[in-house]
Design a protein around this ligand. Sequence first.
Ligand code: HEM
Length: 231
Amino acid sequence: MSTLKYAEYLQMETLLSLQEPRTPHTAGRAVVLAEQLFIITHQCCELWLKQLGADLDAAADALLPPGETLDLELALEFLLRAAESIRVLQQQMLVLEKLPLRYFAEFRTYLGTASGAQSAQFRRLTTLLGNSHHQGSLYEAFAAAVEYHGQSVHDICRRGVEAGVLHRLAEALVDLGNGYWHWKVAHLALVSRMVGEEGGTGGSSGVDFLARRTTRPFPELRRLRGTVHHP
Ligand code: HEM
């Protein structure tokens, strides 16, 4: 049997060497720890975005025709897992709300022009999920799967549980979209608390910019689900 140990398997030494606050130690322990929390939260978010992006890519691949029933079940597993991962992202925003504003104001100067808006993995996620005007590649894969099975998204919404796995997939997309929305709202609330009316380090207007971008994905699915109120 291999003698591989936990620390080696997880590359703990490398992992724990990656958090390097820029605040000088002379600023005091509390400020350094606040910046460490800021760095760890961002790094954790990026790790979850890595898993999320890969899971959603795998879900889209499994949905694309000819996705037979087993592939659809597989896609559903990926989507359900992704919806849970997004909740972790939201939760991390709540931890950051406990970052004392006075310490944030102190180390913010060291961030330069670095901003979450430059996150390549976040951009990739928005391509998959789309927004309230644009469907995104994941929904397109779902719509293609529905069509391949000789149905329409409207039928799936109307038939509900009778539509089986296609209905469960539609509901999982709604969960995922709402999870994403909750995450964006939580980030918006955090930013409002931390920067108020100030602009962002990435050069945007801050809260106003983010509020405009806090939209719900899968507009067509939401609209078609709503028609259940008018049989
Ligand atoms: C105190 C904590 C935080 C503050 C004050 C903050 C502030 C901001 C601001 C002001 C923006 C707008 C762009 C700009 O001008 O910089 C932004 C965008 C963004 N931030 Fe944060 N952020 C915080 C935490 C986080 C965390 C933990 C993440 C996780 C990765 C994150 C991810 C993002 C992303 C993905 C965007 C782009 C959003 C979009 O384009 O819709 N932020 N942030």
